[in-house]
Design a binder for this molecule. Structure first.
Ligand code: URA
Length: 209
């Protein structure tokens, strides 16, 4: 159930519905990232979701599929959510930035971090998703999401597990991005980090009630 106490500021000129916003976002020109990406990757999930997960930006596979979190980080995310007892299909999953930013390297496309201007430009869409969904809780997966949701730079590794309250009353749970776990080479460290991420998701589940 949406939280009636949260009144998100709907930007002037916002779409009349979430599906209109999704359609309008397909031709977004608010920054230059559309030029090289395959398509806009908008959020997915029911408008009645209690919790919204926000990642950084689509990766290579998400860019091709047009869906958030379907690549390696998405598979890690799905597995941990399942272990924590969270049904992804009942949540809304999106990204702070809705186009894939990359550097071409031969045939590969290497992820490149979105800058503050790109994050700001894409808040146009994130704010509308928040406004239509009015979740009880937002989960920031990593620093880019935390910045997009709170408007400031947040040291997520230090503050993980904490909930920051926004001026509009929305709680933002801070955690790391699942791709951080994938980048760890040492098997024991990787397992430990995955276990910490699982504990974070169990905390999210508890907050969901
Ligand atoms: N990383 C993200 O932040 N989002 C995705 O959708 C995929 C990878």
């Amino acid at each position: 159930m949406a939280n009636p106490d949260i009144v998100h500021a709907k930007p002037d000129g916002a779409a009349p519905s979430l599906s209109d916003a999704r359609r309008e976002a397909r031709t977004c020109r608010r920054c230059d990232l559309w030029k090289h990406a395959t398509q806009t990757v908008f959020g997915e999930g029911p408008q009645t979701a209690d919790v919204i997960f926000v990642g950084e930006q689509p990766g290579d596979q998400e860019d091709l599929a047009g869906k958030p979190f379907v690549g390696p980080a998405g598979r890690m995310f799905d597995a941990v959510l399942q272990e924590a007892g969270i049904d992804r299909l009942k949540t809304y999953v999106t990204n702070a930035v809705k186009h894939f930013k990359f550097e071409p390297r031969g045939k590969r496309r290497i992820h490149s971090k979105p800058n503050a201007g790109e994050i700001r430009a894409c808040r146009w869409w994130l704010d509308q998703e928040l406004d239509f969904i009015r979740p009880k809780l937002a989960v920031a997966l990593g620093a880019t999401a935390a910045q997009a949701l709170t408007g400031k730079a947040v040291p997520v590794t230090k503050m993980r597990g904490q909930v920051l309250e926004r001026d509009d009353g929305l709680g933002v749970f801070l955690t790391i991005h699942p791709s951080f776990i994938l980048r760890i080479r040492d098997a024991a460290d990787k397992d430990a980090e995955r276990a910490r991420f699982l504990r974070d998701m169990q905390a999210v589940k508890a907050l969901m009630g």
